[in-house]
Design a protein around this ligand. Structure first.
Ligand code: GDP
Ligand code: ZN
Length: 452
């Protein structure tokens, strides 16, 4: 990919809005914009200024626009950038983009603006990835975590560790150069302390992924239970809108969509429930491989029963759930229909009573959900790893450092020591992008939308 030319894309969403913003970035961004802009000479204006003018294709007036100027290196990409705000018609937007392409701009690839920002050193790779997370964030918690990562919290932490390791790596290299003389430049005690310290940080980061992942992708929850106990009604009550279809006929609700809702700033994701939601028998369901796999993805299983079921039956289903070793919650719906005797018998099972139809007990259920997944006290100001790529690299770093620890006191293995430290540095560098390959970059940036 050429990183020297001038690229163009619509940066606001496709479809018509009040305005559309077209972004140009590259050495010729300002002169290209100027060649179709009348009103002012854009090449003579200061950075960070806005200019009203007309975009013309020859004599043909295309639109009245406002051009925002960002002169290199003071821009998102660190290149010359022009942002043209035009009227949000698809026709106008296409006209302007085509016009500028005919003048020499190139249509940007997905994420190419952010790729350039990364290549030009505006931020490291983990921060670039956080830009994508930030754009995709749909809850306060995922927003907080992405924002923290974009602003470099994670990157700074790794950078400091990496720099200390680099010092040791170079001292050990030096020892290898003086191998004949049997000198020890790198103090082994200090090296061991440093590696131990780094491993602590790595451990914390690796284990933060469980929570980071949940924040980014939502808490996966499975609702299981007999047909007609009120699962869809509950989802509707939780979602507060008629999203799933409620019906009176047993087994007719085939709501396989993934319902997402935010409780206390956390996204809960009711994972694909085809074949699970309407399971009469948990134990039977466990026998079905596909169903079992789905259940194992859940952070919590809600087993929903209703007043028509006997206590003995519910107890049996719960025993089935216990085999899974996944936290579960027994929810008794249609509490409005329970006899006092039934209610008393069910109390012994540690259940939550609701009446989904009348929206009774929903707030208590929400509280219970938050408590069960133990996320109500998340501290999003602490660095959380949310990216599987980062966790993998952190684990590899840790492995390499374990080998360093194993060899640190062995005088004959200086060269292994140097090699393992280099490995650790390599994996740490992959996270921040000090070490990259074209494949890796492509993989990351093609997940962005065009215009980002
Ligand atoms: P699903 O098959 O488990 O998804 O059950 P539905 O949500 O489709 O509900 C089945 C029937 O139970 C519907 O007629 C609901 O109106 C009814 N229902 C749901 N919740 C309650 C409740 O709390 N009390 C009563 N009495 N009926 C309910
Ligand atoms: Zn249903």
């Amino acid at each position: 990919m050429n990183h020297q030319d001038t690229i163009i894309a619509l940066s606001t969403p496709q479809g018509s809005g009040a305005i559309g913003v077209i972004r140009l970035s590259g050495p010729d961004a300002i002169s290209l914009a100027n060649s179709v802009f009348s009103g002012k000479d854009l090449e003579k204006q200061d950075s960070h200024t806005l200019h009203f003018g007309l975009i013309k294709d020859g004599e043909q007036l295309v639109d009245e626009v406002v051009a925002g100027l960002f002169v290199a290196p003071k821009s998102y990409t660190k290149e010359n950038v022009v942002e043209i705000s035009c009227h949000g018609s698809n026709y106008i937007i296409q006209q302007i983009i085509n016009l500028l392409i005919s003048k020499g701009a190139r249509a940007a690839k997905p994420g190419e603006f952010t790729l350039r920002a990364f290549l030009n050193g505006a931020f490291d790779l983990s921060q670039a990835e956080a830009v994508a997370d930030l754009i995709a964030s749909n809850s306060k918690a995922s927003h907080d975590v992405a924002m923290q990562q974009m602003r470099g919290g994670f990157a700074h932490e790794l950078k400091a560790l990496r720099e200390q390791l680099i010092q040791f790596a170079s001292m050990i290299e030096l020892e290898l150069d003086f191998a004949e003389e049997d000198v020890e430049f790198a103090n082994r005690e200090q090296l061991r302390n440093l590696v131990t310290k780094i491993n602590h940080v790595l451990n914390r980061l690796i284990s933060s992924f469980e929570m980071g992942n949940v924040i980014k992708n939502g808490v996966p929850i499975v609702i299981a239970g007999r047909p007609n106990v009120g699962k869809s009604t509950l989802l509707n009550a939780l979602l507060n809108e008629e999203r799933a279809i409620v019906s009176d006929i047993a087994g007719t609700t085939r709501d396989t969509i993934e319902d997402e809702l935010t409780i206390g700033g956390i996204v809960f994701r009711f994972i694909d429930t085809a074949g699970i939601r309407d399971t009469a028998d948990i134990i039977e369901a466990l026998g079905v491989e596909r169903t079992l796999e789905k259940m194992k993805q859940a952070k919590l299983i809600i087993y929903m029963a209703d007043a028509a079921q006997t206590v003995a039956e519910i107890e049996e289903q719960v025993r089935g759930l216990q085999q899974l070793a996944i936290p579960y919650l027994i929810l008794i719906n249609k509490a409005d229909l329970l006899s006092p005797a039934q209610r008393e018998a069910l109390m012994k099972l540690d259940v939550v009573f609701i009446s989904a139809k009348d929206k009774l007990g929903i707030d208590e259920l929400k509280e219970t959900l938050l408590a069960q997944v133990n996320l109500h006290h998340i501290n999003t100001s602490e660095t959380l790893v949310t990216n599987i790529r980062h966790v993998e690299a952190l684990k590899q770093t840790e492995n390499a450092l374990q080998r360093v620890l194993a060899n640190v006191d062995n005088p004959v293995t200086s060269d292994f020591l140097a090699m393992d430290i280099k490995q650790a540095l390599h994996y740490l560098g992959e996270i921040t992008g000090t070490v990259t390959t074209d494949d890796l970059l492509e993989n990351i940036f093609t997940k962005f939308c065009i215009g980002k």
